[in-house]
Ligand binder design. Structure first.
Ligand code: SAM
Ligand code: SF4
Length: 341
């Protein structure tokens, strides 16, 4: 495979299967103000102690080294990134990495604090956003997130509409059997009546309770079939590394997407690594092993030495996840909110 990295990058991050790594997800906290059933337990799951969590300076320094090694896209996530008070400051400082080659800075959030934060994030230089919203029905929202906050999330989305520098606004829906089916067309109408790209994500075995069952996965194909029968969907071309299959409705109004990691794994084109809130590199959502950056960073490692750890981690990136391989599948060493989805 031919590897084409930007000229600015002396030594791109390439794994042992020839995949060029250009996308970094940074978890800035493992804490969350929701308790989504598919992610966290109702109670428990102790937070990382404060002194384990990377400081703003540490996040920015590691991000800069990643960018100098070819990372083009950074997405901030968690836990819930908006519960970290310094989020706008982190965004502002990371957006300065554009001068070093960063092309995209985005945020994944549950949206509940966006009515207060959207303006600050736009001012700080955020350019893209994903808001998680699994249902448009108040009672179901309360049940799935264990918080009665649907109105507030919808208000957050509407607040975002006032800030045109943050585009696109993507709405991420975790699709589950016996939960999502009756809202497929409501979400289609939502995508057509609002300036949001609605994307369905298959439920993965990353819940802290370990309750995931294959039968609960509502596949992208199943949702596509219902929507397409209602109003035909036309494919939109995507980058090979895109996780999502994108479609427009035939009349050009509204965009939807399908992220199908369980039924149609996209590991062969995966260009992502993750940095956890406590400074560990994870090269796959389903990693069993992690690569420590926080320890060497705090022990005085140079940028070159930290860059070397990034290269070593990437060289060991897993070929693929094994969700579909029966007994060979091992659950990840941490659950979704602790990894940074
Ligand atoms: N708290 C933020 C949020 O919910 O958007 C950011 C962190 S959350 C872990 C990132 C994404 O992972 C969300 O879109 C969430 O819906 C998704 N997610 C969490 N657990 C999941 C699971 N078991 N399967 C699929 N997606 C999951
Ligand atoms: Fe929190 Fe996001 Fe996990 Fe829901 S999906 S519990 S909002 S981290």
């Amino acid at each position: 495979m031919q590897i084409i990295a930007p000229a600015r990058v002396k030594r791109p991050l390439v794994d042992s299967y020839g995949r060029l790594i250009e996308d970094l997800r940074i978890s800035i906290t493992d804490r969350c103000n929701f308790r989504c059933q598919y992610c966290m337990p109702a109670e428990g799951l102790p937070w990382l102690p404060n002194d384990k969590v990377l400081t703003d300076d540490e996040i920015v320094r590691l991000a800069r080294i990643f960018v100098r090694n070819g990372i083009k896209e950074i997405r901030l996530t968690g836990g819930e990134p908006t519960v970290r008070p310094s989020l706008p400051n982190i965004v502002r400082r990371l957006s300065e990495l554009r001068s070093e080659g960063l092309e995209s800075l985005s945020l994944t959030t549950n949206g509940v604090l966006l009515d207060k934060l959207a303006g600050k994030l736009a001012d700080a230089g955020l350019t893209r956003i994903n808001v998680s919203l699994d249902t448009l029905v108040r009672e179901k929202f309360h049940r799935i997130t264990r918080r009665d906050c649907l109105d507030r999330v919808l208000r957050g989305l509407e607040t975002l509409e006032q800030y045109p520098t943050i585009r696109p606004i993507k709405v991420n829906v975790v699709a589950m059997k016996n939960f999502t089916e009756d809202e497929i067309l409501d979400f289609a109408r939502f995508a057509r009546s609002k300036p949001y790209v609605v994307r369905f994500i298959e439920y993965m075995p990353l819940d802290a309770d370990g309750n995931w069952k294959r039968e609960q996965v509502l596949t992208g194909r199943e949702i596509f079939t219902v929507m397409n029968a209602w109003k035909p969907l036309v494919p939109i071309e995507t980058e090979p590394s895109s996780t999502s299959r994108r479609y427009r409705f035939v009349d050009g109004i509204g965009e939807v997407g399908f992220i199908n990691p369980v039924s149609e794994p996209f590991c062969s084109t995966c260009n992502r690594v993750r940095l956890t809130a406590d400074g560990q590199i994870r090269t796959c959502l389903f990693s069993i092993d992690e690569w420590d950056l926080a320890g060497p960073l705090r022990a005085g490692a140079t940028d070159d030495q930290l860059g070397e750890i990034m290269h070593r981690a990437v060289a060991h990136k897993e070929l693929k996840h094994k969700i579909n391989e029966g007994a060979a599948f091992q659950r990840a060493s941490r659950s979704m909110s602790q990894i940074g989805g």
